[in-house]
Design a protein around this ligand. Structure first.
Ligand code: AMP
Length: 434
């Protein structure tokens, strides 16, 4: 199927061609016709599936079909994070470059005044995070009474982040007669309830079974003790010569600390999380995209909405507490059909969490050990189960360098010597550990 058969106007097809897209992704193929027909749509789609274009393209088409010369916004796209808002607006600008529509992103953490000025000048499409939008509503600087389209993007994440009351407040002031689209990586009970409250007789579009992980992504796990994770990570990055790695930690503090330690290991790294200013986050992301930073350490929330082309490696440094977060995290790699590798470092205390993830994704994730870093921690739940050892001949987690401790070096002295001898030497080697 080609883009031409979707009924999108020539200006949009032109822009799509300029983006280098040759055919619609499955979510685009299925969702765009419904949106074009004016239907409400509830779609399950992970990041990386092309979901943004699945709603922005038909939205731009419909808005430009019925031009209205009004100052008030006609479409509202709600996103959980500022990064995603910026990303969606970037797509709107790219796809809408040959049609005359004005879009604006609105999020917190930056000066509100330029947003107010732009709103006064007139905007067609507003992309907003709920908190800042409510701020504008309270100040009377935004008028949502002419909204014809509402998009709830990454609705599951908005609920996770506690935005339900905010969303309710916003939807209350919107016209009842409108077209509403809801996108979510997973369809939980809460999401279905949300859809029932805000959508009218929606078409349901599911492109991959809910909670299944994108097929292009290879997944692997390494069983290591918590205290060894940093060294194992440095070694994996170095020995495999990974140049662009997104690493997830559970806490902001953990992200900062890990980024600092990786720098000490000679790996250019930066942390992004909610406590960082927007400027710092944008800078880190741009350095990462330009490959000046090799490792970006992020918390789940900060990583939402990051769009990095061809991101080859994602590492779960901490296993997420919520199994669905695993799906979101690894969705950062293998985007739009490209190959990706997602590696999880699983400590004994995280064993139970990781088992839950395995059940959710229904994929048998191979688990390896790393020689010299044999785990000593007991496994949470199912304690006593022998951890999987290196599963893959020569390559399964071992570089060529002598990593100090060697096999069976389970005591602390062994760990120490591994620590002392392992690093620098392994960096830059091209062995295929993972
Ligand atoms: P999304 O799932 O919306 O975050 O999109 C993931 C990536 O896929 C983005 O980098 C898009 O630019 C890209 N993309 C979207 N649609 C297509 C398409 N039809 N063909 C190729 N790439 C696409």
């Amino acid at each position: 199927m080609s883009f031409d058969s979707l009924g999108l106007k020539a200006e949009l097809l032109h822009a799509v061609g300029e983006q280098g897209y040759t055919r619609p992704t499955p979510i685009q193929e299925r969702a765009i016709p419904f949106v074009m027909a004016g239907r409400d749509v509830m779609a399950s789609a992970q990041t990386g599936t092309g979901k943004t274009a699945a709603f922005t393209l038909p939205l731009l088409h419909r808005l430009s079909e019925q031009p209205h010369h009004q100052r008030q916004p006609r479409a509202l796209i709600l996103t959980p994070t500022r990064e995603l808002a910026a990303q969606v607006n970037e797509n709107l600008r790219a796809y809408g470059r040959h049609i005359k529509l004005r879009s604006l992103e609105i999020f917190g953490g930056v000066n509100i005044n330029p947003q107010i000025t732009k709103l006064q000048r007139g905007v067609d499409v507003l992309v907003a995070t709920p908190g800042r939008l409510i701020d504008h509503m309270q100040r009377g600087t935004v008028d949502l009474s002419r909204i014809e389209f509402l998009v709830l993007d990454e609705a599951d994440r908005m609920l996770d982040m506690g935005f339900r009351p905010a969303i309710e407040r916003i939807v209350k002031v919107l016209p009842k007669k409108r077209q509403t689209l809801l996108f979510s990586a997973t369809f939980s009970k809460e999401i279905t309830q949300l859809a029932q409250s805000y959508l009218e007789n929606p078409e349901r579009v599911e492109t991959s079974p809910p909670n299944s992980t994108v097929e292009a992504i290879a997944q692997q796990a390494f069983r290591v003790d918590q205290k060894d994770k940093r060294e194992v990570l440095s070694w994996l990055i170095g020995s495999n010569n990974w140049q662009q790695v997104l690493v997830f930690t559970r806490t902001k503090h953990g992200a900062n600390r890990l980024a600092r330690q990786l720098e000490t290991d000679g790996l250019p790294a930066a942390a992004i999380h909610g406590n960082k200013s927007q400027g710092a986050r944008t800078k880190a992301l741009s350095e990462f995209k330009k490959s000046r930073i090799r490792v970006l350490v992020a918390t789940d929330i900060a990583a939402r909405g990051l769009d990095i082309d061809q991101l080859p490696h994602v590492v779960n440094y901490d296993i997420p507490n919520v199994p669905e977060d695993y799906v979101h995290r690894i969705g950062r790699t293998g985007r739009a059909g490209r190959d990706g590798l997602a590696v999880s470092l699983v400590a004994g205390s995280e064993h139970g969490l990781f088992e839950d993830i395995r059940k959710l994704v229904r994929v048998d994730i191979p688990t390896y050990g790393v020689e010299g870093y044999e785990p000593t921690e007991p496994l949470s739940r199912e304690a006593g189960k022998t951890p999987a050892r290196r599963g893959r001949g020569n390559g399964g987690g071992r570089g060529n360098g002598n990593r100090g401790g060697g096999r069976g070096a389970r005591n602390s002295a062994g760990q120490k010597s591994a620590r002392g001898g392992g690093r620098g030497r392994n960096r830059g080697q091209q062995s295929r550990a993972a």
